[in-house]
Design a protein around this ligand. Structure first.
Ligand SMILES: O=C(O)CCC(=O)C(=O)O
Length: 379
């Protein structure tokens, strides 16, 4: 048996969901307000009917959607990249009321329009990288009451929880909710009128996102790479991050662990771990393995041994000039301006890789270098 959690008090009620922070204000908007706002949103929103591709077959998404927000805050989910439309007066007004109620700020909103009982949203977590690891999502419901179901992602001893969302209610999901729970709204057999849901979100700039803020810094792309990618280096980086054939090692600023994005295989955990005492941890936000910084060289070698190619993305300091310390280096670590191209040139015998492509981009306040390593033995 599952639980029904709706409580009718007009306050911010915390729901008893283990490993989650979920709060509900049942009467956030009055019924009078809901009536005209719902009608206005149905008529004036630029609704999109998207398609989902499942096992190569295309299906219409069972609801209409629209994405509004600050410029550049692209949101990608289920393979659909949405460019934001500019805020309308109504959406700005609702945003400021929501922000005030929950003491958070939001730079975008996803609108879902459930036209009738056949419209739905499948079980999912809002865990896209651009939302950050512990996103706060404020979800405003207008129109027909539908049942919002939570299901545990991992802990199968926990039961699903069904939460009816009344018209005018505001649901707030925070902290680890997305890491530990999935949510969705099922179709029903009982006839249902229209419902609109607005989920206010704070979209950040992360790797995996094309944005104006991800400006090319230098175009140090090799001729082969340039002919392959006739586009800006930020788009190239985006393509690299999304491809699934070549492993990628992302070295973030200390003390954050490395991220290793490896083509799917059943034994990735075992070979990445090797005989080390530490274990790689799965980072579901980035869909990558999280491993200690100290494993940097070793992981590149392991990747080259298995795949003969490997992308390495790390901080880049353009002012730092290439020096003998770099030419004599035998490892892969490089934050200087040569981006590893000159590594080991003083010791050709000791070199174990070549750099096929280099690319540098600025990404937020950081500057990153991306290098494609190729093992010398496979050259
Ligand atoms: O319609 C709802 O209440 C849920 C919407 C949702 O889960 C989403 O937009 O991610």
């Amino acid at each position: 048996m599952s639980l029904d959690l709706f409580q009718p008090e007009p306050s911010l009620d915390r729901l008893p969901l283990e490993g989650a922070d979920v709060q509900l204000i049942p009467n956030f908007l009055s019924s009078g307000e809901v009536e005209y706002i719902l009608q206005e949103l149905i008529e004036k929103t630029h609704w999109r009917a998207e398609e989902l591709v499942v096992w190569g077959k295309r299906y219409p998404q069972p609801r209409l959607v629209a994405w509004y927000g600050d410029s550049g805050r692209t949101y990608t989910y289920s393979g659909i990249a949405m460019q934001p439309l500019p805020w309308t007066h109504r959406l700005l007004e609702l945003r400021s009321r929501v922000e005030e109620a929950c003491a958070e700020s939001f730079n975008s909103v996803l609108l879902n329009y459930y036209r009738n009982e056949r419209d739905s949203i499948g079980m999912h977590s809002d865990d896209e990288p651009e939302l950050g690891p512990r996103p706060t999502i404020a979800s405003l419901s207008l129109g027909e009451q539908r049942v919002f179901t939570f299901k545990p992602r991992r802990n199968q001893t926990l039961r699903p929880v069904h939460l009816p969302l009344p018209s005018g209610s505001l649901l707030l999901m925070k902290g680890e909710t997305q890491q530990n729970w999935k949510h969705g709204i099922a179709k029903t057999t009982r006839p249902m009128g229209p419902r609109i849901n607005l989920t206010f979100r704070q979209i950040g700039l992360t790797l995996g996102q094309s944005s104006k803020d991800l400006r090319p810094l230098i175009s140090n792309v090799s001729p082969q790479a340039r002919s392959m990618h006739n586009e800006s280096s930020s788009d190239t980086l985006l393509k690299i991050w999304r491809q699934k054939e070549i492993p990628i090692i992302l070295r973030r600023a200390n003390p954050q662990p490395l991220l290793a994005k490896i083509p799917f295989a059943q034994n990735n955990f075992e070979w990445l771990r090797d005989d080390q005492r530490n274990k790689p941890e799965w980072n579901s936000q980035y869909k990558a393995w999280q491993i200690p910084q100290a494993w940097f060289e070793r992981t590149i070698r392991l990747c080259l041994r298995r795949y003969s190619k490997c992308y390495v993305i790390q901080l880049h300091r353009e002012q730092q000039v290439c020096a003998p310390a770099c030419w004599n280096a035998q490892g892969a670590d490089c934050e200087c301006s040569c981006m590893g191209e000159n590594h080991g040139t003083g010791h050709p015998g000791g070199r174990w890789y070549e750099i096929d492509e280099t690319l540098a981009v600025s990404w937020g306040v950081q500057k990153y270098a991306c290098r494609l390593f190729r093992s010398i033995s496979s050259a």
